[in-house]
Design a protein around this ligand. Structure first.
Ligand SMILES: Nc1ncnc2c1ncn2[C@@H]1O[C@H](COP(=O)(O)OP(=O)(O)OP(=O)(O)O)[C@@H](O)[C@H]1O
Ligand SMILES: [Mg+2]
Length: 266
């Protein structure tokens, strides 16, 4: 069954339409990256999958359900999202914020129980926050905070995990750790992952499907080995590149050469 089905979706802000006639199916257990230039609509698409943005037209299905007819609580028991920009209550500890991820699963009268503690411990261990868990969020670095937000999303135990540029604030070691953790969860629990990445090589390595957006429209969609090539990189980013193929698993490695400054965008 599809984890997500999007048909003829138009999205935007006020009267402006950013995403036009967007139709895709995402199968359960896929690991999908959305790539594309700044402003191409990547975050906008992701927000609509978490019901943070209502469609102007078209339908988003989560499983069999039309997202518009689902309550926010229903959505957040299936879908969790790590946003590009987060606001947070300053005076809360990392551990307490991660507990917020449990709330969609609880009735209003239920308090934190042993099951929650077990899940929070697992999340803290896997996001490497053991030593930081009792620190206040506003005393953490940008990268540490990003790991806490990932922790909140994971504590939700979602069927569908949405990540908007999850590696942005992380050093290279934590970038790999995050992507490996997400890959492990995807493989072990069949969690569907849709992530926005700017690093084309990470998208190439860590996804079995890449959706390329330009100006709100899909310009390529498929296995990174099949779609990531010089022509596409030129067309989408106006950048000349060289492509090598990884000796172990054959994923394309993109080396950007030169920005065609002043050139027409094709
Ligand atoms: N809250 C908003 N109100 C009005 N316009 C918005 C809003 N958020 C985004 N936009 C506009 O919608 C378009 C797509 O934005 P979006 O954030 O989806 O792009 P993106 O592909 O995620 O870009 P980036 O790589 O910079 O994160 C842009 O033109 C942006 O200016
Ligand atoms: Mg964005």
């Amino acid at each position: 069954m599809n984890a997500v089905k999007i048909s003829n979706l138009c999205l935007g802000y006020g009267k402006k339409t950013v995403i036009k006639d967007f139709t895709i199916d995402i199968e359960k257990g896929q690991m999908v990256s959305i790539i594309g230039p700044n402003g191409s609509g990547k975050s906008t698409v992701l927000k609509s999958l978490a019901k943070l943005l209502e469609p102007q037209e078209g339908i988003v299905y989560i499983g069999k359900n039309n997202i518009t007819h689902m309550s926010n609580k229903e959505v957040s028991t299936s879908v969790s999202i790590l946003l590009q920009h987060n606001t947070y209550p300053a005076d809360i500890s990392a551990r307490d914020l991660i507990y917020y991820g449990r709330l969609p699963h609880k009735k209003w009268y239920q308090t934190k129980d042993q099951e929650d503690e077990k899940i929070i411990d697992w999340v803290i261990k896997n996001t490497n926050l053991e030593e930081l868990q009792y620190k206040k969020i506003n005393c953490l670095s940008g990268g540490e905070r990003q790991r806490v937000w990932l922790g909140v999303a994971l504590a939700q135990q979602p069927k569908i995990l949405l990540l908007d540029e999850p590696t942005t604030y992380l050093d290279i070691s934590y970038q790999l750790e995050l992507l490996e953790l997400v890959k492990m969860l995807n493989q072990r629990s069949d969690m569907t992952v849709v992530m926005v990445l700017h690093d084309l090589n990470q998208a190439s390595k860590y996804s079995n499907r890449v959706i390329v957006l330009k100006e709100g429209q899909i310009v390529a969609d498929g296995d990174p080995k099949e779609i990531l090539n010089k022509e596409l990189i030129r067309k989408v980013y106006n950048v000349e590149s060289r492509i090598y193929y990884d000796e172990v698993d054959g994923h394309p490695i993109i080396i950007p050469n030169k920005n065609n400054l002043g050139g027409e965008r094709i």
